[in-house]
Design a binder for this molecule. Structure first.
Ligand SMILES: [Ca+2]
Ligand SMILES: [Ca+2]
Ligand SMILES: [Ca+2]
Length: 427
Protein backbone atom coordinates (compact mmCIF):
# COMPACT_ATOMS: atom_id res chain seq x y z
CA UNK A 1 0.00 0.00 0.00
CA UNK A 2 1.52 3.31 -0.95
CA UNK A 3 1.37 6.16 1.53
CA UNK A 4 -0.68 8.09 -1.00
CA UNK A 5 -4.19 6.94 -1.67
CA UNK A 6 -3.52 7.29 -5.32
CA UNK A 7 -5.95 7.58 -8.18
CA UNK A 8 -5.22 5.05 -10.80
CA UNK A 9 -4.23 6.39 -14.16
CA UNK A 10 -7.21 6.27 -16.37
CA UNK A 11 -5.73 6.81 -19.78
CA UNK A 12 -4.49 4.10 -22.06
CA UNK A 13 -1.15 5.28 -23.37
CA UNK A 14 -0.89 2.68 -26.05
CA UNK A 15 0.32 2.54 -29.57
CA UNK A 16 -0.65 6.00 -30.55
CA UNK A 17 1.69 5.78 -33.51
CA UNK A 18 -0.31 2.91 -34.91
CA UNK A 19 -3.51 4.80 -34.33
CA UNK A 20 -2.17 7.77 -36.24
CA UNK A 21 -1.25 5.55 -39.15
CA UNK A 22 -4.73 4.09 -39.26
CA UNK A 23 -6.21 7.55 -39.45
CA UNK A 24 -4.07 9.21 -42.08
CA UNK A 25 -5.15 6.84 -44.81
CA UNK A 26 -8.82 7.65 -44.38
CA UNK A 27 -10.57 10.32 -46.35
CA UNK A 28 -13.16 12.74 -45.09
CA UNK A 29 -16.54 12.96 -46.72
CA UNK A 30 -18.07 16.42 -46.70
CA UNK A 31 -21.42 16.50 -44.96
CA UNK A 32 -24.55 17.05 -46.98
CA UNK A 33 -25.84 20.61 -46.77
CA UNK A 34 -29.39 19.29 -46.60
CA UNK A 35 -30.30 18.57 -43.05
CA UNK A 36 -33.57 18.69 -41.18
CA UNK A 37 -34.29 22.03 -39.55
CA UNK A 38 -34.64 22.32 -35.81
CA UNK A 39 -38.31 21.46 -36.27
CA UNK A 40 -37.52 18.46 -38.44
CA UNK A 41 -38.61 20.05 -41.73
CA UNK A 42 -36.54 19.38 -44.78
CA UNK A 43 -38.22 21.74 -47.23
CA UNK A 44 -40.52 24.75 -47.46
CA UNK A 45 -44.08 23.57 -46.80
CA UNK A 46 -45.84 25.64 -49.50
CA UNK A 47 -43.32 26.16 -52.25
CA UNK A 48 -41.76 24.15 -55.08
CA UNK A 49 -39.15 24.86 -57.73
CA UNK A 50 -40.08 24.25 -61.36
CA UNK A 51 -38.08 24.54 -64.54
CA UNK A 52 -39.82 24.34 -67.91
CA UNK A 53 -38.34 22.92 -71.09
CA UNK A 54 -36.99 25.48 -73.58
CA UNK A 55 -39.83 24.76 -76.04
CA UNK A 56 -42.64 25.37 -73.54
CA UNK A 57 -44.86 28.29 -74.54
CA UNK A 58 -46.27 30.91 -72.18
CA UNK A 59 -49.63 29.29 -72.70
CA UNK A 60 -48.38 25.79 -71.82
CA UNK A 61 -46.81 27.15 -68.66
CA UNK A 62 -49.91 29.03 -67.53
CA UNK A 63 -52.00 25.92 -68.11
CA UNK A 64 -49.81 23.73 -65.87
CA UNK A 65 -49.89 26.30 -63.08
CA UNK A 66 -53.64 26.56 -63.35
CA UNK A 67 -54.02 22.78 -63.12
CA UNK A 68 -51.89 22.71 -59.98
CA UNK A 69 -53.12 25.92 -58.40
CA UNK A 70 -49.52 27.13 -58.47
CA UNK A 71 -48.64 30.83 -58.24
CA UNK A 72 -45.27 31.96 -59.53
CA UNK A 73 -43.69 34.15 -56.86
CA UNK A 74 -40.28 34.57 -58.49
CA UNK A 75 -38.27 33.54 -61.50
CA UNK A 76 -34.63 32.98 -60.63
CA UNK A 77 -32.64 34.82 -63.31
CA UNK A 78 -30.07 33.10 -65.50
CA UNK A 79 -31.29 29.59 -64.73
CA UNK A 80 -34.99 30.38 -65.25
CA UNK A 81 -36.22 28.28 -62.39
CA UNK A 82 -39.62 29.34 -61.12
CA UNK A 83 -40.39 29.56 -57.42
CA UNK A 84 -44.01 28.42 -57.24
CA UNK A 85 -46.36 28.79 -54.27
CA UNK A 86 -48.58 25.74 -53.83
CA UNK A 87 -51.14 24.58 -51.27
CA UNK A 88 -49.60 24.14 -47.86
CA UNK A 89 -48.34 20.64 -47.08
CA UNK A 90 -48.93 19.41 -50.63
CA UNK A 91 -45.33 19.82 -51.74
CA UNK A 92 -44.55 16.22 -52.67
CA UNK A 93 -47.90 15.78 -54.41
CA UNK A 94 -47.36 18.96 -56.42
CA UNK A 95 -43.79 18.05 -57.30
CA UNK A 96 -45.01 14.78 -58.83
CA UNK A 97 -47.85 16.52 -60.63
CA UNK A 98 -45.51 19.07 -62.20
CA UNK A 99 -43.02 16.37 -63.07
CA UNK A 100 -45.65 14.41 -65.00
CA UNK A 101 -46.26 17.36 -67.31
CA UNK A 102 -44.33 16.97 -70.59
CA UNK A 103 -43.42 20.68 -70.64
CA UNK A 104 -41.62 20.45 -67.32
CA UNK A 105 -37.89 19.79 -67.30
CA UNK A 106 -37.87 19.23 -63.53
CA UNK A 107 -39.76 20.03 -60.36
CA UNK A 108 -38.46 19.65 -56.86
CA UNK A 109 -39.15 20.69 -53.28
CA UNK A 110 -37.63 23.94 -52.08
CA UNK A 111 -35.28 22.25 -49.62
CA UNK A 112 -33.97 23.93 -46.51
CA UNK A 113 -30.24 24.44 -46.28
CA UNK A 114 -28.95 24.94 -42.77
CA UNK A 115 -25.82 26.63 -41.63
CA UNK A 116 -24.33 23.62 -39.94
CA UNK A 117 -21.45 24.85 -37.92
CA UNK A 118 -18.67 22.76 -39.32
CA UNK A 119 -15.73 24.55 -37.74
CA UNK A 120 -12.57 25.28 -39.68
CA UNK A 121 -10.19 23.61 -37.21
CA UNK A 122 -7.78 21.69 -39.39
CA UNK A 123 -8.12 18.35 -37.58
CA UNK A 124 -11.89 18.48 -37.19
CA UNK A 125 -12.23 15.67 -39.73
CA UNK A 126 -10.43 13.34 -37.31
CA UNK A 127 -12.92 14.03 -34.53
CA UNK A 128 -15.40 11.25 -35.20
CA UNK A 129 -16.82 11.63 -31.69
CA UNK A 130 -18.07 15.12 -32.57
CA UNK A 131 -19.09 14.44 -36.16
CA UNK A 132 -18.89 10.90 -37.50
CA UNK A 133 -19.04 10.74 -41.29
CA UNK A 134 -17.71 7.19 -41.37
CA UNK A 135 -14.16 8.54 -41.63
CA UNK A 136 -12.84 5.77 -39.37
CA UNK A 137 -14.85 3.00 -40.96
CA UNK A 138 -17.50 3.27 -38.25
CA UNK A 139 -21.17 4.16 -38.51
CA UNK A 140 -21.93 7.65 -39.80
CA UNK A 141 -23.70 9.72 -37.14
CA UNK A 142 -22.42 7.55 -34.25
CA UNK A 143 -21.40 10.85 -32.64
CA UNK A 144 -22.61 13.54 -30.26
CA UNK A 145 -23.99 15.77 -33.08
CA UNK A 146 -21.71 18.65 -32.11
CA UNK A 147 -22.13 20.74 -35.31
CA UNK A 148 -25.91 20.56 -35.00
CA UNK A 149 -25.66 21.66 -31.36
CA UNK A 150 -23.33 24.54 -32.28
CA UNK A 151 -26.01 25.84 -34.63
CA UNK A 152 -28.10 26.40 -31.52
CA UNK A 153 -25.37 27.67 -29.19
CA UNK A 154 -21.63 28.06 -29.41
CA UNK A 155 -21.33 28.32 -25.67
CA UNK A 156 -21.14 31.25 -23.29
CA UNK A 157 -17.96 32.78 -21.90
CA UNK A 158 -19.73 32.82 -18.53
CA UNK A 159 -19.93 29.04 -18.31
CA UNK A 160 -16.56 27.86 -17.05
CA UNK A 161 -15.49 24.24 -17.22
CA UNK A 162 -13.10 23.23 -14.46
CA UNK A 163 -10.71 20.51 -15.57
CA UNK A 164 -9.42 18.65 -12.51
CA UNK A 165 -6.53 16.71 -13.94
CA UNK A 166 -2.74 16.69 -14.49
CA UNK A 167 -2.72 20.37 -15.51
CA UNK A 168 -3.26 22.05 -18.87
CA UNK A 169 -0.44 23.09 -21.20
CA UNK A 170 0.12 26.78 -20.45
CA UNK A 171 1.04 27.90 -23.96
CA UNK A 172 -0.70 25.51 -26.35
CA UNK A 173 -1.95 27.34 -29.44
CA UNK A 174 -5.39 25.76 -29.18
CA UNK A 175 -5.88 26.21 -25.42
CA UNK A 176 -3.95 29.19 -24.12
CA UNK A 177 -6.69 31.75 -24.77
CA UNK A 178 -9.28 29.51 -23.08
CA UNK A 179 -7.58 29.12 -19.70
CA UNK A 180 -9.18 31.59 -17.29
CA UNK A 181 -7.43 30.40 -14.15
CA UNK A 182 -4.75 28.05 -12.89
CA UNK A 183 -4.45 26.37 -9.52
CA UNK A 184 -2.12 23.64 -8.34
CA UNK A 185 -3.06 21.37 -5.42
CA UNK A 186 -0.35 18.79 -6.07
CA UNK A 187 3.23 18.45 -4.91
CA UNK A 188 4.42 19.33 -8.41
CA UNK A 189 6.20 22.65 -8.67
CA UNK A 190 4.27 23.66 -11.75
CA UNK A 191 0.62 24.07 -12.73
CA UNK A 192 1.63 23.10 -16.27
CA UNK A 193 0.86 19.63 -17.61
CA UNK A 194 4.03 17.55 -17.51
CA UNK A 195 2.13 14.29 -17.87
CA UNK A 196 -0.04 14.89 -20.94
CA UNK A 197 -3.50 13.78 -19.80
CA UNK A 198 -5.11 17.02 -18.63
CA UNK A 199 -4.21 18.87 -21.82
CA UNK A 200 -5.97 16.20 -23.86
CA UNK A 201 -9.08 16.24 -21.67
CA UNK A 202 -9.19 20.05 -21.76
CA UNK A 203 -9.11 20.05 -25.57
CA UNK A 204 -12.07 17.70 -25.80
CA UNK A 205 -14.05 19.82 -23.34
CA UNK A 206 -13.28 23.19 -24.89
CA UNK A 207 -10.28 23.64 -27.17
CA UNK A 208 -10.41 26.96 -28.98
CA UNK A 209 -12.80 26.28 -31.85
CA UNK A 210 -13.13 27.67 -35.37
CA UNK A 211 -9.68 29.29 -35.20
CA UNK A 212 -8.24 27.51 -38.25
CA UNK A 213 -6.00 25.53 -35.91
CA UNK A 214 -5.93 22.16 -34.23
CA UNK A 215 -9.12 20.61 -32.98
CA UNK A 216 -12.62 21.70 -32.06
CA UNK A 217 -13.80 21.51 -28.45
CA UNK A 218 -17.28 20.35 -27.51
CA UNK A 219 -17.89 23.44 -25.38
CA UNK A 220 -16.76 25.72 -28.25
CA UNK A 221 -16.58 29.20 -26.63
CA UNK A 222 -16.84 28.05 -23.01
CA UNK A 223 -13.68 28.83 -21.03
CA UNK A 224 -11.53 26.45 -19.01
CA UNK A 225 -10.20 26.44 -15.47
CA UNK A 226 -6.98 24.49 -15.02
CA UNK A 227 -7.07 22.82 -11.62
CA UNK A 228 -4.16 20.49 -11.15
CA UNK A 229 -5.07 17.67 -8.76
CA UNK A 230 -2.99 14.86 -10.29
CA UNK A 231 0.77 15.04 -10.16
CA UNK A 232 3.34 14.74 -12.90
CA UNK A 233 3.17 10.94 -12.66
CA UNK A 234 -0.57 10.96 -13.41
CA UNK A 235 -1.80 10.16 -9.90
CA UNK A 236 -2.99 12.26 -7.00
CA UNK A 237 -4.19 12.17 -3.42
CA UNK A 238 -7.90 12.31 -2.69
CA UNK A 239 -7.19 15.42 -0.62
CA UNK A 240 -5.84 17.18 -3.71
CA UNK A 241 -8.93 16.23 -5.69
CA UNK A 242 -11.20 17.31 -2.87
CA UNK A 243 -9.49 20.70 -2.61
CA UNK A 244 -9.80 21.06 -6.35
CA UNK A 245 -13.55 20.49 -6.18
CA UNK A 246 -14.03 23.00 -3.38
CA UNK A 247 -11.85 25.59 -5.12
CA UNK A 248 -13.75 25.15 -8.42
CA UNK A 249 -16.97 25.95 -6.63
CA UNK A 250 -15.48 29.01 -4.92
CA UNK A 251 -14.34 30.27 -8.32
CA UNK A 252 -17.79 29.68 -9.79
CA UNK A 253 -17.08 26.83 -12.14
CA UNK A 254 -20.38 25.67 -13.61
CA UNK A 255 -19.11 22.32 -14.80
CA UNK A 256 -16.46 20.19 -13.11
CA UNK A 257 -14.81 17.46 -15.17
CA UNK A 258 -12.94 14.70 -13.42
CA UNK A 259 -11.39 12.24 -15.83
CA UNK A 260 -9.91 10.37 -12.90
CA UNK A 261 -10.89 7.42 -10.80
CA UNK A 262 -9.90 5.74 -7.57
CA UNK A 263 -11.00 2.32 -6.38
CA UNK A 264 -11.61 3.32 -2.75
CA UNK A 265 -14.68 5.16 -1.46
CA UNK A 266 -14.06 8.24 0.67
CA UNK A 267 -16.36 10.32 2.85
CA UNK A 268 -14.22 13.40 2.22
CA UNK A 269 -14.51 13.04 -1.51
CA UNK A 270 -18.24 12.38 -1.35
CA UNK A 271 -18.79 15.41 0.87
CA UNK A 272 -16.93 17.60 -1.62
CA UNK A 273 -19.03 16.28 -4.48
CA UNK A 274 -22.24 16.87 -2.51
CA UNK A 275 -21.11 20.38 -1.62
CA UNK A 276 -20.38 21.21 -5.26
CA UNK A 277 -23.76 19.83 -6.27
CA UNK A 278 -25.56 21.90 -3.62
CA UNK A 279 -23.74 24.95 -4.97
CA UNK A 280 -25.16 24.27 -8.42
CA UNK A 281 -22.21 22.72 -10.25
CA UNK A 282 -22.63 19.84 -12.67
CA UNK A 283 -20.01 17.19 -11.94
CA UNK A 284 -18.93 14.91 -14.76
CA UNK A 285 -16.68 11.92 -14.16
CA UNK A 286 -15.05 9.07 -16.03
CA UNK A 287 -16.47 5.66 -15.14
CA UNK A 288 -13.06 3.98 -15.46
CA UNK A 289 -11.34 1.61 -17.85
CA UNK A 290 -11.41 -1.77 -16.14
CA UNK A 291 -14.20 -3.18 -18.30
CA UNK A 292 -16.13 -4.21 -15.19
CA UNK A 293 -19.05 -3.10 -13.05
CA UNK A 294 -17.05 -2.52 -9.87
CA UNK A 295 -17.65 1.09 -8.80
CA UNK A 296 -14.95 3.72 -9.12
CA UNK A 297 -14.84 7.00 -7.22
CA UNK A 298 -15.94 9.73 -7.46
CA UNK A 299 -17.99 8.44 -10.46
CA UNK A 300 -20.06 6.12 -8.24
CA UNK A 301 -21.42 8.95 -6.11
CA UNK A 302 -25.02 9.98 -6.64
CA UNK A 303 -24.18 13.56 -7.56
CA UNK A 304 -21.62 12.68 -10.22
CA UNK A 305 -22.57 11.99 -13.80
CA UNK A 306 -20.64 8.77 -14.47
CA UNK A 307 -19.64 8.47 -18.11
CA UNK A 308 -18.79 5.24 -19.91
CA UNK A 309 -17.19 5.05 -23.35
CA UNK A 310 -18.38 4.08 -26.83
CA UNK A 311 -16.67 3.43 -30.13
CA UNK A 312 -17.41 4.73 -33.63
CA UNK A 313 -20.29 2.28 -34.02
CA UNK A 314 -22.06 3.37 -30.82
CA UNK A 315 -21.02 0.15 -29.13
CA UNK A 316 -19.61 0.01 -25.63
CA UNK A 317 -15.83 0.25 -25.61
CA UNK A 318 -14.52 -3.08 -24.35
CA UNK A 319 -12.57 -1.35 -21.58
CA UNK A 320 -15.46 0.82 -20.40
CA UNK A 321 -16.86 0.18 -16.96
CA UNK A 322 -20.61 -0.28 -16.74
CA UNK A 323 -23.31 -0.92 -14.17
CA UNK A 324 -26.34 0.74 -12.63
CA UNK A 325 -24.10 3.57 -11.39
CA UNK A 326 -23.05 4.51 -14.94
CA UNK A 327 -25.36 7.24 -16.23
CA UNK A 328 -24.54 7.55 -19.90
CA UNK A 329 -21.78 7.04 -22.43
CA UNK A 330 -19.81 9.21 -24.85
CA UNK A 331 -17.10 8.62 -27.45
CA UNK A 332 -13.95 7.22 -25.87
CA UNK A 333 -12.57 4.94 -28.57
CA UNK A 334 -11.69 1.27 -28.61
CA UNK A 335 -8.62 -0.84 -28.17
CA UNK A 336 -8.41 -4.55 -28.90
CA UNK A 337 -4.74 -5.27 -29.65
CA UNK A 338 -5.33 -8.86 -30.76
CA UNK A 339 -7.69 -7.58 -33.45
CA UNK A 340 -5.46 -4.65 -34.36
CA UNK A 341 -8.13 -2.18 -33.24
CA UNK A 342 -6.82 1.14 -31.93
CA UNK A 343 -9.44 3.82 -32.24
CA UNK A 344 -8.61 7.01 -30.41
CA UNK A 345 -10.03 10.42 -29.66
CA UNK A 346 -7.98 13.19 -31.21
CA UNK A 347 -7.20 16.20 -29.06
CA UNK A 348 -4.52 18.53 -27.76
CA UNK A 349 -1.33 17.29 -26.11
CA UNK A 350 1.41 19.35 -24.47
CA UNK A 351 3.63 21.19 -26.95
CA UNK A 352 6.55 20.52 -24.58
CA UNK A 353 7.99 17.22 -23.45
CA UNK A 354 5.59 15.24 -21.28
CA UNK A 355 5.39 11.80 -19.64
CA UNK A 356 3.17 10.32 -22.33
CA UNK A 357 5.76 11.00 -25.04
CA UNK A 358 7.53 7.83 -23.92
CA UNK A 359 4.44 5.87 -24.99
CA UNK A 360 4.60 7.37 -28.46
CA UNK A 361 2.12 10.16 -27.82
CA UNK A 362 3.17 13.13 -29.97
CA UNK A 363 3.45 16.74 -28.95
CA UNK A 364 0.70 19.24 -29.84
CA UNK A 365 -2.04 16.82 -30.92
CA UNK A 366 -2.59 13.07 -30.73
CA UNK A 367 -5.00 10.27 -29.95
CA UNK A 368 -5.80 8.88 -26.51
CA UNK A 369 -8.32 6.22 -25.61
CA UNK A 370 -10.47 5.88 -22.50
CA UNK A 371 -13.45 6.94 -20.44
CA UNK A 372 -11.22 9.93 -19.60
CA UNK A 373 -11.92 11.05 -23.16
CA UNK A 374 -15.65 10.30 -22.91
CA UNK A 375 -16.21 12.42 -19.79
CA UNK A 376 -15.12 15.81 -21.24
CA UNK A 377 -17.48 15.36 -24.20
CA UNK A 378 -20.29 15.29 -21.64
CA UNK A 379 -18.79 18.18 -19.67
CA UNK A 380 -18.79 20.22 -22.88
CA UNK A 381 -22.40 19.31 -23.53
CA UNK A 382 -23.42 20.32 -20.00
CA UNK A 383 -21.68 23.68 -20.58
CA UNK A 384 -23.57 24.17 -23.85
CA UNK A 385 -26.88 23.42 -22.10
CA UNK A 386 -26.07 25.97 -19.39
CA UNK A 387 -25.11 28.49 -22.09
CA UNK A 388 -28.37 28.04 -23.94
CA UNK A 389 -30.52 28.25 -20.79
CA UNK A 390 -29.01 30.93 -18.52
CA UNK A 391 -29.97 30.37 -14.90
CA UNK A 392 -30.99 26.74 -15.41
CA UNK A 393 -30.31 24.64 -12.32
CA UNK A 394 -28.02 21.64 -12.24
CA UNK A 395 -30.88 19.17 -11.73
CA UNK A 396 -32.36 20.26 -15.05
CA UNK A 397 -29.00 20.30 -16.82
CA UNK A 398 -28.32 16.77 -15.68
CA UNK A 399 -31.74 15.65 -16.84
CA UNK A 400 -31.24 17.15 -20.30
CA UNK A 401 -27.76 15.70 -20.66
CA UNK A 402 -28.82 12.23 -19.51
CA UNK A 403 -32.06 12.13 -21.49
CA UNK A 404 -30.68 13.73 -24.64
CA UNK A 405 -29.03 10.57 -25.88
CA UNK A 406 -29.06 8.04 -28.69
CA UNK A 407 -29.07 4.29 -28.10
CA UNK A 408 -25.73 2.62 -27.47
CA UNK A 409 -25.15 -1.13 -27.63
CA UNK A 410 -23.43 -3.35 -25.12
CA UNK A 411 -24.11 -1.69 -21.77
CA UNK A 412 -25.78 -3.69 -19.02
CA UNK A 413 -27.97 -2.08 -17.84
CA UNK A 414 -28.39 -0.05 -21.04
CA UNK A 415 -27.30 3.60 -21.18
CA UNK A 416 -27.51 6.09 -24.02
CA UNK A 417 -24.67 7.80 -25.87
CA UNK A 418 -24.63 11.53 -25.25
CA UNK A 419 -26.04 13.78 -27.98
CA UNK A 420 -25.36 17.51 -27.63
CA UNK A 421 -28.13 18.51 -30.01
CA UNK A 422 -30.77 16.48 -28.19
CA UNK A 423 -29.53 17.66 -24.80
CA UNK A 424 -30.21 21.23 -25.90
CA UNK A 425 -33.86 20.34 -26.14
CA UNK A 426 -34.21 19.43 -29.78
CA UNK A 427 -34.82 15.95 -31.07
CA1 LIG B 1 -23.92 13.50 -36.25
CA1 LIG C 1 -9.02 24.78 -32.70
CA1 LIG D 1 3.85 24.12 -23.26
Amino acid sequence: MSSKKAFSRVFLPVLSVLIVLIFVSLSFAAPSPFMPSAKGEICASDQVLVKFKPGATKNDIEKVHLQNKGKVSQIIPDINVQVVKVDKNKVLEKVSAYQRNPNVEFAEPDYLARAVSIPNDVYFNLQWGLHNTGQTGGTPDADIDAPEAWDITKGSKEIKIAVLDTGIDQDHEDLVSKIMSNKNFTSSKTVDDMFGHGTHVAGIAAARTNNNKGVAGTGYNCPLMNIKVLGDDGSGNYSWVTQGIIWSVAKRAKVINMSLAGDQPSKTLEMAVDFAWRKGAVIVTAAGNEGCSTPTYPAFYQNCIAVGATDDNDTKSSFSNYGDWVDLAAPGGEIIPELGIFLGIYSTTPNHESFLNQYGIARNYDYLIGTSMASPHVAGIAALVMSKYPGINNVKVREKVEKGTDPAAGFEPPVGRANAYKALGFD
